[in-house]
Design a protein around this ligand. Structure first.
Ligand code: HSE
Length: 440
């Protein structure tokens, strides 16, 4: 086949610009490798006349992305608009119904509507590829959908949001507060002006929902993801974790349990010596535990024009070669219903930081509340506040002091009950901090 694969590209932001540049620079090489050219024939963007690094005057401009999606002159529609509803969804549906292949980096759209869109793609015999939607340039969708098909996967997890990883890294290396580093991340252009999706964990949750479906052959279930962001992580936690031999990372974790599939996004303590602990800055990583392959990990850039364009290009090359697979690796009609494992049944170790009034009996009361729930403590340390360090004035007796505990394996339900009782007893002056420890 030497006919070009003709593209309509909607969305000329950071990623769209990257795709234009990659195709402009690599077209001759790609043509040779694939045996046919990949050509952009038309583009669509919110603002046609915006100043861009790349000249779009050579492409036909179609103002309405939905119109572009069903344009008779294109074979494949590249959706880089974003958003779970609205024009992105309308355009993708229109393209699939018109028998056009679709490539998208839209994790929100697929996390919410993935199985329905996959069914539509399969009905019309076209591809719905989304390598750029999960962890930017890391080729994890193809890795799970193709290379690991011979495995039963027990767990897939990773650092899936560069903004959060950047913030947590700077909090550690520069000893700065969350709010301070967030401003820095916004100024650098990593975090959005409204950073809620990143720091609140929802961007990670979208990506995790897609990984879950790929890894376990289940329908996507974004609503079932337990989500906590990094807003409440303090320098005191970062420092205590460091002293105890851990790093704090925002992880997305999906695992098979006896009661179903657990999907959770939350700040997590990982031992310092592990590979994931050393994934710093805006980098992402995805780890997969398979039964035949063992444990593997992919590390790389999780966002940005170049890395995401690399993933979009790989999806386009597959289409140009006629390599079309069910979007989630399993036919849409055969994706299993998602069976949710409740968070209260989650098992693991926990880090607890309490602000405890320094008075007789406080420790004993706390220890007995933990014992009531059958929770065994691995360590308990009263951390000296700066006012008690040499050279500082001694703190007033009875004022609160930080107490940090690490528990042995227990359940989420037990921890929550114990912490509620500790709060009720009145020995603490603030809500307890709790961070889950991941077994690696
Ligand atoms: N905002 C995301 C991040 C990149 O910070 O990793 C796009 O998903």
């Amino acid at each position: 086949m030497t006919e070009p694969l003709k593209l309509g590209l909607a969305g000329l932001g950071t990623v769209g610009g990257g795709v234009l540049r990659l195709l402009a620079e690599r077209s001759p090489d790609l043509s040779k490798r694939i045996g046919r050219p990949i050509e952009i024939v038309a583009v669509s963007a919110l603002n046609r006349h915006k100043n861009r690094d790349i000249d779009i005057s050579g492409f036909r401009f179609v103002a309405d992305p939905v119109e572009l999606a069903r344009d008779p002159g294109i074979d494949a529609f590249v959706e880089l608009i974003g958003g779970e509803e609205g024009v992105a969804k309308e355009a993708v549906e229109a393209a699939l119904r018109a028998g056009k292949h679709v490539v998208t980096a839209n994790k929100a759209l697929l996390a919410h509507h993935g199985p329905a869109l996959a069914a539509l793609a399969e009905k019309h015999g076209v591809a719905l590829n989304f390598e750029g939607a999960v962890a930017g340039g890391i080729p994890v969708v193809k890795t799970i959908r193709e290379s690991l098909q011979g495995n039963t996967i027990a767990r897939v997890y990773g650092i899936l949001n560069g903004t959060c990883n950047y913030i947590l890294t700077l909090m550690l290396t520069e000893g700065r507060s969350f709010a301070d580093v967030l401003k820095d991340a916004q100024a650098q252009g990593y975090a959005e002006a409204d950073p809620t999706f990143d720091i609140g964990g929802f961007d990670t949750a979208h990506k995790l929902a897609l990984l879950t479906s790929l890894a376990f052959g289940t329908r996507t279930s974004f609503e079932s993801v337990y989500v906590e962001g990094i807003e409440n992580i303090t320098p005191a936690d970062i420092e205590a974790a460091d002293d105890l031999g851990y790093r704090i990372k925002l992880l997305g974790v999906a695992s098979r349990t006896e009661s179903g599939i657990e999907q959770r996004v939350h700040p997590t303590m990982v031992p310092k010596h592990t590979a994931i602990a050393s994934v710093d800055g805006v980098s992402n990583c995805v780890a997969i535990d398979g039964d035949f392959v063992g444990d593997i990990m992919l590390i790389g850039p999780g966002a940005g024009a170049g890395p995401t364009a690399s993933s979009v290009a790989s999806d386009l090359i597959d289409i140009a070669r006629g390599h079309i697979l069910p979007p989630f690796g399993t036919k849409a009609k055969d994706l299993k219903p998602y069976k949710k494992a409740e968070m209260r049944g989650h098992e693991g170790g926990y880090y607890i930081r309490l602000s405890v009034y320094d008075r007789t009996g406080a420790f004993a009361a706390i220890a007995s509340r933990m014992a009531e729930q059958g929770i065994s403590l691995e360590s308990i340390v009263q951390r000296r506040p700066p006012a008690e360090l040499p050279g500082f004035r001694r703190q007033k007796a009875g004022s609160p002091a930080a107490v940090v505990m690490i528990t042995h394996q227990t359940t989420e339900a037990a921890i929550r009950k114990a912490l509620a009782a500790i709060e009720r007893d009145g020995h603490v002056d603030a809500k307890p901090q709790m961070i889950r420890i991941e077994k690696l």
